[in-house]
Ligand binder design. Structure first.
Ligand code: NAP
Length: 248
């Protein structure tokens, strides 16, 4: 089950953390994976080389998802090279935390540009290609805080909540073309993004998780692999929460 042989996948922000695990999981299932990065070329190369060393297929592609033209061109290049794009995982994201009263305008702008506009830019370019093929999978990386909110994450959580609305709307727009669009909403996952938190902050969060631990990138990637598969053909406009019960 969940085999992806012959599928072409683009994973934005595949160089580190959750994106890296998604690249590895999709490749393990047989997909050819395009590993996107913005700054971490060496890390993206390492992800692709690791996949290839294990017998999988991967390549790297650097572009800033917040640059709509660059995202469009990147998707066009993937389609030109491989003849199609079956799976887009819009995973690239940043977090800039701060209480609303302390957030700077440029922080709010950057969060919206990368997390929201970047995901929409990639989805727009990808669905254009998928529409012609009359099949496709789009997966957005939202967050538990997009549904439950969090002190100090007003702007970040707003972008993640917006992705849920976007996934549901795009799912409706493209259902007749056999393209499914879903979101995965992780809870507290150990990655670079959460590494700046103090042990005290981590302990506090873990206390609010019924499964009493942080999640792993692989656990998030498994949900993406399912949504990308043929077996998930009847799942669209949905949110899969990988959060240890933190929000139910
Ligand atoms: P991470 O470790 O900080 O990695 C972020 C990835 O996004 C990197 O590969 C980075 O590429 C890429 N990226 C950042 N800005 C980009 C841009 N403008 N264009 C292209 N790529 C860009 O983050 P993570 O924890 O794995 O999070 C992945 C996703 O899951 C994010 O959308 C995040 O909001 C979401 N999420 C994470 C958690 C968590 O607890 N970690 C919880 C809920 C949701 P470079 O290496 O090139 O910088």
């Amino acid at each position: 089950m969940f085999k992806l042989d012959g599928k072409i996948a683009l994973v934005t922000g595949g160089s580190r953390g959750i994106g890296r695990s998604i690249c590895e999981a999709l490749a393990e299932q047989g997909a050819t994976v395009v590993v996107n990065y913005v700054k971490g070329e060496a890390q993206a190369r390492e992800v692709a080389d690791g996949i290839i060393a294990r017998g999988g297929k991967a390549e790297i592609m650097g572009f800033d998802v917040a640059d709509m033209k660059a995202a469009e061109t990147a998707v066009e290049e993937v389609v030109k090279k491989h003849g199609k794009l079956d799976i887009l995982v819009a995973n690239a994201g940043i977090s800039i935390d701060g209480l609303l009263l302390r957030l700077k305008e440029e922080d709010i702008d950057r969060l919206v540009q990368v997390n929201l506009k970047g995901s929409l830019a990639c989805a727009r370019a990808a669905t254009k290609a998928m529409m012609r093929a009359k099949t496709g999978r789009v997966i957005f990386l939202s967050s538990v805080v997009g549904e439950m909110g969090n002190v100090g994450q007003t702007a970040y959580s707003a972008t993640k909540a917006a992705l849920l609305g976007a996934a549901k709307s795009i799912a409706r727009e493209f259902a007749s073309r056999n393209i499914t669009v879903n979101a995965v909403a992780p809870g507290f996952i150990d990655t670079d993004m959460t590494s700046t938190m103090t042990d005290q902050m981590k302990d506090f969060i873990v206390k609010s998780v019924p499964l009493a631990r942080t999640g792993t990138s692989r656990e998030v990637a498994a949900a993406c692999a399912f949504l990308a598969s043929d077996e998930a053909a009847y799942v669209t406009g949905q949110v899969i929460r990988v959060n240890g019960g933190m929000y139910v």
